[in-house]
Write a protein that binds this ligand. Structure first.
Ligand code: NAG
Ligand code: NAG
Ligand code: NAG
Length: 290
C-alpha cells in the first residue's frame, strides 16, 4: 500500500465530514483494516487523558474499551449504528465548561494552531472520545468475533459504518452540550464554506440548543493567497446565518479576524498579504528575539 493511500485514508478518518462527501462521490479505493494495536492505543490514550490531560475525570478506561469492543465486534462490519455505541458513551460521560466550544469545518490545520494559542477553546478532539479515537480506523468481521485487521469496508458500501457512527454520535453529544458563546471557524476560500453535508452542517448545527447557547460567533477565514470566495455576506454563510436566525440564535460574524491572519502569517511570513499585519508581526518577532 502506498503511503499516499494511507495518508489519504487517515485524513478521511480524522475529518469525518469527508465521509459524507465520499458517500456522495462514489467508491473509495483505499481499504485499510483496523489500525494495528488499536486496543493499546485506545486504552493508552484513555489513561493518558484521565491521568495527565484531565485528572479530575473519574472514568474506567477498561470498561470504556469493553463497551467499544462490544459495539463493534458484535455487529457485521457495515452495520454499527450510533445506538450501538450508547453504552460506551454512557461510560465516558463528560461535561464541558460554557463559552469554550469551538466548531470548525475545513479549517483543521488552522483550528489546531488557533486552539493552541487561545487555550480556552475546546474542540471535539479535546474531549475524551475525540482524543481516544482520533485518526483510528476500525471494523468488526462478518461471522467472526474480533476486529478485522486486513480490511474495512468502504464508506460508500455501508449504511452504518462503525467509524462514521461513532463520530456522528460524538459530534452530536458535543453540540448538545454546547453552552454560552460558541465559535464556528469556517473556510472562506472554498465554495460552500457552510455545507449541509459536513458534520457541522448535518449533525452539530441541528444539535445546538438555542436555550443553552448565548451567541454563535462565526469566524470566516480565507487563505493568505487571497482566494476570497465566501464571507459573512456572501455565499453559503448567509444561509447559515438565516438558519441560525430562524431557530432563534443570536449570532455575530467576522471576516478574517486579525489573530487568524497573523497565525497564518507566522507560518508563511513572505506572503504579500502579511504586510498588512507587518506591525503586529514585528511585535511578535521582537518578542521572540528577546
Ligand atoms: C443490522 O443490524 C440490525 C439490528 O441490529 C439487524 O436487524 C440487521 O439484520 C443487520 N443487517 C445486517 C446486514 O447485518
Ligand atoms: C481552506 O480549504 C482549502 C482547501 O481544502 C485548504 O487548502 C486551506 O488550507 C483552507 N484554509 C484555511 C484557512 O483553513
Ligand atoms: C458573547 O458574545 C457576545 C457577542 O460577540 C459578546 O458581546 C459577549 O461579551 C460574549 N460573552 C462572553 C462571556 O464571552
Amino acid at each position: 500500500m502506498s503511503s499516499f493511500t494511507i495518508s489519504a485514508a487517515v485524513l478521511m478518518i480524522s475529518r469525518p465530514w469527508f465521509i459524507m462527501f465520499l458517500l456522495c462521490s462514489g467508491p473509495l479505493k483505499a481499504q485499510l483494516g483496523t489500525t494495528p494495536n488499536i486496543k493499546h492505543i485506545v486504552v493508552g490514550r484513555c489513561f493518558n487523558y484521565i491521568t495527565l490531560v484531565n485528572p479530575s475525570l473519574r472514568l474506567d478506561c477498561e470498561e470504556i474499551w469493553r463497551q467499544f469492543e462490544e459495539a463493534v465486534v458484535r455487529q457485521s462490519s457495515c452495520n454499527v449504528t450510533v445506538e450501538d455505541y450508547n453504552h460506551m458513551f454512557y461510560a465516558m460521560a463528560q461535561t464541558w465548561p460554557c463559552d469554550r466550544f469551538l466548531f470548525w469545518s475545513k479549517t483543521r490545520t488552522l483550528m489546531h494552531i488557533y486552539a493552541a494559542v487561545v487555550p480556552h477553546y475546546w474542540t471535539l478532539e479535546d474531549t475524551l472520545v475525540g482524543y481516544m479515537f482520533n485518526d483510528l480506523i476500525w471494523c468488526g468481521q462478518e461471522e467472526e468475533s474480533g476486529f478485522d485487521f486486513s480490511s474495512c469496508p468502504e464508506w460508500s458500501a455501508c449504511r452504518n459504518h462503525p467509524v462514521y457512527s461513532l463520530w456522528r454520535q460524538a459530534s452530536q453529544n458535543f453540540a448538545e452540550m454546547a453552552c454560552g458563546n460558541i465559535t464556528v471557524l469556517l473556510n472562506g476560500s472554498i465554495v460552500n464554506a457552510f455545507s449541509r453535508k459536513s458534520m457541522f452542517g448535518s449533525v452539530e448545527l441541528e444539535s445546538l440548543n438555542a436555550c443553552r447557547v448565548d451567541y454563535v460567533n462565526i469566524k470566516v477565514v480565507t487563505n493568505l493567497d487571497g482566494l476570497f470566495i465566501e464571507s459573512c455576506s456572501e455565499g453559503s454563510i448567509v444561509d447559515l446565518i438565516q438558519i441560525l436566525q430562524s431557530r432563534g440564535f443570536r449570532w455575530t460574524c467576522t471576516d478574517n479576524e486579525e489573530t487568524l491572519m497573523i497565525l497564518q502569517c507566522i507560518k508563511n511570513p513572505k506572503q504579500a498579504s502579511c504586510q498588512t499585519c507587518a506591525n503586529s508581526l514585528s511585535q511578535i518577532k521582537s518578542l521572540t528575539l528577546n
